[in-house]
Design a protein around this ligand. Structure first.
Ligand SMILES: [Zn+2]
Length: 495
């Protein structure tokens, strides 16, 4: 993982106060001169700066992205501009053709030499076949994620592979006359500045076609197929007896070659104007491009002005440097990195940015529910009286005494107990008198030998003990007095 990744805490501790203030952070980060940053190497200042930039990225809401071939290298798209790879393969198939580099395959001048057209046809069919096997990269998915989060204003791409489409993004390279410009533009996510390899178009009437097995076979063999529409038109004219122009277009990939007038120039220009006027972009990512094409350079200058007026940043992520002098005040930072590696770095630095919209919504819902629960608990606490002390709760002697004196229930219990004792004593007395009378009538036994008397003495003692226990809590006042009277009465009765 690149060394720029720091924890949020360590970042906040080290970040200069000027950068940690949210309101002024973006203005502080804007540069007058293009600044270079690297993910692999860097001092503490660079790392803190990178974290500040990442935080600013996270705050951005209307992100405009410009991409180039660099984002598709990891997807398996061959490097068709270099003198190796796909170009070498095609050259072996057409050794007679005097083509020096893959770059020439994208120049309109090759149509001026008939010998080069079969090379072009074979090359494009191989490129299309390779693109069909390619998979979207981490960077493509990041762009799709920005759309999912509602942060993607638009992606302008110089790539012709259309890999974004497989991620559910709406890709367009030309005007659809069946709807209004505003309606079409509203639904476009990715604008293909240089056309679409996944379509074929006629060199004459500009009608577009999907690739088919028959068309693929024709191009693979080095032949550009004739346009069915142009052929039909000529047949119609013949049937009507009109002059046959004899002009039938050829089908070629629907891409814009160097030196060729852009067929969708007006469409893209109008769309860009809409983005500048209504889109309010607050961040521009330039990813995987060295900005060599004039039209793209102009686009960057226009967008940069708009972004800076809104306090945003312009950040370029590319493996190779684009040079400084032409971009001071236009691009703020150039991060020398593979685009996918940079996306990984960004995710490590700002995980929140990579949460899906569904995760964000769920987190918001949980927060709302927790807030409501806490609010309900606060309201319930206000309505509930303070709890009474529990029975087994320890009390200080003074509190215990006060409770004993003032508790009517306690007094009632003691009185009831005394009344029971008095009744039991009366009963005992009656039985003693009965026994004494019987004894006198018979013999005079030892009173202590009579078991019942022992029991009654025990009962009397037990009763006294019980009374004392019952009264232990009653230590003074009227209640105390009445209970003593009762005890004395009970004792007298017993004796
Ligand atoms: Zn045609």
């Amino acid at each position: 993982m690149p060394s720029l990744i720091l924890s949020q805490e360590s970042f906040d501790e080290k970040l200069p106060s000027s950068l940690s203030r949210k309101s002024s952070a973006s203005r502080e980060l804007k540069t007058e001169r293009l600044r270079h940053l690297s993910l692999e190497a860097g001092n503490d200042e660079d790392r803190m700066l990178a974290q500040a930039i990442n935080k600013q990225i996270n705050r951005s809401r209307r992100i405009l992205v410009l991409t180039g071939a660099g984002i598709s290298c990891n997807a398996g798209i061959p490097d068709f501009r270099s003198s190796s790879g796909l170009y070498e393969l095609v050259k072996r198939q057409h050794p007679e053709a005097s083509i020096k580099s893959g770059q020439e395959m994208f120049d309109i001048s090759l149509f001026r030499e008939e010998a080069k057209i079969p090379v072009f046809a074979t090359f494009m069919e191989k490129l299309y076949s390779s693109a069909r096997l390619a998979q979207p990269t981490r960077t493509h998915r990041f762009i799709a994620h920005l759309k999912n989060r509602g942060k993607l204003l638009r992606c302008y791409t110089q790539n012709i592979d259309g890999l974004e489409e497989s991620l559910g993004l709406e890709v367009s390279s030309e005007r659809d006359c069946n709807t209004t410009m505003a309606n079409q533009w509203k639904n476009v996510d990715v604008v293909q500045l240089h056309g679409d390899l996944n379509k074929l178009s006629c060199t004459q009437c500009f009608q577009t076609y999907n690739w088919s097995r028959v068309l693929s076979r024709s191009l693979r063999s080095g032949q550009l197929p004739s346009c069915p529409r142009c052929q039909d038109s000529n047949h119609q004219r013949s049937r009507l007896g009109k002059r046959n122009t004899g002009s039938v277009g050829l089908l070629r990939p629907n891409i814009v070659l160097y030196g060729e007038n852009h067929p969708s120039c007006e469409f893209i220009s109008d769309g860009l104007s809409i983005d500048m006027a209504r889109g309010r972009p607050d961040l521009l990512f330039i990813m995987g491009t060295s900005l060599k094409v004039d039209g793209v350079k102009k686009l960057v200058r226009n967008v940069s002005k708009q972004v800076h007026e809104r306090g945003g940043l312009v950040i370029l992520i590319n493996k190779t440097s684009i040079g400084d002098c032409n971009w001071h005040g236009i691009i703020d930072y150039q991060i020398l990195s593979d685009c996918d590696a940079w996306v990984d770095h960004l995710q490590g630095s700002i995980p929140d940015l990579f949460k899906t919209q569904q995760q964000i919504e769920k987190a918001k819902q949980l927060k709302r529910e927790n807030s409501e629960v806490r609010k309900r608990q606060r309201e319930e606490r206000k309505l509930t009286p303070p709890p009474t002390p529990r029975k087994n709760q320890r009390q200080s002697p003074s509190v215990k005494s006060a409770v004993s004196r003032t508790s009517p229930q306690n007094i009632k219990n003691i009185d009831s107990s005394i009344q029971t004792t008095i009744l039991e004593a009366n009963d005992l007395r009656a039985r003693l008198e009965f026994d004494e009378t019987n004894a006198r009538a018979c013999t005079l036994p030892d009173l202590k030998s009579i078991p019942s008397l022992h029991r009654e003495d025990s009962l009397s003692n037990a009763t006294d003990t019980t009374i004392e226990n019952e009264l232990s809590d009653v230590d003074d006042g009227a209640v105390n007095l009445s209970t003593h009277i009762s005890i004395e009465n009970a004792a007298l009765v017993v004796s």
